[in-house]
Design a protein around this ligand. Structure first.
Ligand code: GAL
Length: 395
């Protein structure tokens, strides 16, 4: 080939490669058009998660009706990792004899499978992280058939501290997340990227720029009302950072784990739906009461969470310990939760003009599955301790 021809050829090749990469990167950013729904092993099983448990979760997701309600991802959290082989390839530990076979099993049920790693040398539970093996790990995940990666900062904080100035540390973190994003995109397999760094350094401001489809906005949730409420009601002013493909993540659900009352779990679900939060069940799906299944699969609540307009909600008003949180929906209606955070019953009020709605509105009580008819000015009700009335309000 003559030199000019060779230059032309190389330019063309580069253009084709770049185009391929950018359209794959675009596809990546469109992966989570609505907040991801599924299950994650951590809240209930922690280090007890194993192959049989993940298969059982997939089976139960189908049998319980959760799959039909929209739950899709079966996510393995920390403690699946083994050591690296002589070529540096990550291997599973004894609990997961064959990750590819497990992924095939989950896929055969029409579900997707997720995995967990860290940009640091070690994960939070002290297992092997992806540090300096990002491309290799992304390729391994793609070869296994992984569809979702939760990438948890953990021991990378040490690398950041060693950068001496906080600005350098911050940049190192951005670079680490970008590196994994690029590596995932380069595999050609659509893999959702879930950032986990506990909401530090206003992650919502830069999460999309490093390829995050969702990012944790807080530290870990726990199965008690105080922690759940602190996290959920702490999500003020974050709405503008969420939207299709990129979501604030106030952590996984605790519904069904036993530490809260039914009212408190309904508060948890309602708040997460208004926040357009990922709905990742964190309970044992093989042992659910009918009440837990009903809460997790309530179609009207899920429809609020998954509303295609993708507008995250925010607090509309607060009166003492009762708070109204709402989000506008694609059809012009509103979903509003009137939450009583007190330890005793309290009266909750919603003034419709706070939603910009004048005149008569139609009100539906979502959890009661009951149309309350037309109303004017306001809705008022007595709300039990730690409970919610979730309304859908339309003109
Ligand atoms: C934490 C993370 C939890 C869980 C755990 C695993 O940092 O916030 O959700 O993934 O690590 O070790």
């Amino acid at each position: 080939m003559k030199t000019p021809t060779r230059i032309c050829f190389l330019t063309l090749l580069l253009a084709i490669l770049c185009h391929g990469y950018s359209s794959r990167a675009e596809a990546q950013s469109q992966l989570a058009a609505t907040p991801p729904m599924g299950w994650n092993s951590w809240n209930h099983f922690a280090d007890k998660v194993d192959d049989a448990g993940v298969r059982a979760a997939a089976d139960a997701m189908v049998a319980s009706g959760m799959k039909a309600a929209g739950y899709t991802y079966v996510n393995i959290d920390d403690t699946w990792e083994g050591t690296r082989d002589a070529n540096g390839n990550i291997q599973t530990n004894k609990k997961f004899p064959d990750m590819k076979a497990l992924a095939d099993y989950v896929h055969a049920k029409g579900l997707k499978i997720g995995i967990y790693s860290s940009p640091g040398p070690k994960t939070c539970a002290g297992f092997e992280g992806s540090y300096q093996h990002e491309v290799q790990d992304a390729n391994t995940y793609a070869a296994w058939g992984i569809d979702y990666l939760k990438y948890d900062l953990c021991s990378f904080t040490r690398t950041m501290r060693e950068a001496h100035t906080s600005d350098n540390g911050h940049q190192l973190m951005l670079d680490a997340y970008t590196k994994m994003h690029n590596a995932l995109v380069a595999t050609g397999r659509p893999i959702v990227l879930s950032l986990c760094q506990y909401g530090w350094q206003d992650v919502w401001k830069w999460g999309p720029s490093v390829g995050g489809n969702l990012w944790r906005t807080t530290g870990d949730i726990e199965d008690n009302y105080e922690r759940m409420a602190n996290i959920g009601f702490g999500q003020l002013n974050l709405a503008k950072y969420a939207g299709p493909g990129h979501w604030n993540d106030p952590d996984m659900l605790e519904v069904g784990n036993g530490g809260m009352t039914a009212d408190e779990y309904r508060t948890h679900m309602s708040l997460w739906a208004i926040l357009a939060a990922p709905l990742l069940a964190g309970n044992d799906l093989t042992k659910m009461t009918p009440e837990t299944i009903a809460m997790l699969t309530n179609r009207d609540v899920i429809a609020i969470d998954q509303n295609p307009a993708g507008h995250q909600g925010d607090r509309i008003s607060a009166l003492g310990m009762t708070e109204d949180w709402g989000r506008p929906l694609a059809d012009g209606s509103w979903a509003v939760g009137i939450f009583n955070r007190k330890d005793a019953p309290a009266e909750g009020v919603l003034r419709f003009e706070a939603l910009g709605l004048k005149g008569r509105v139609h009100v539906r009580d979502v959890w009661a599955a009951k149309d309350l008819g037309a109303m004017e000015h306001e809705y008022r009700a007595q709300i039990p301790a730690h409970a919610v009335i979730l309304l859908r309000i339309s003109k």
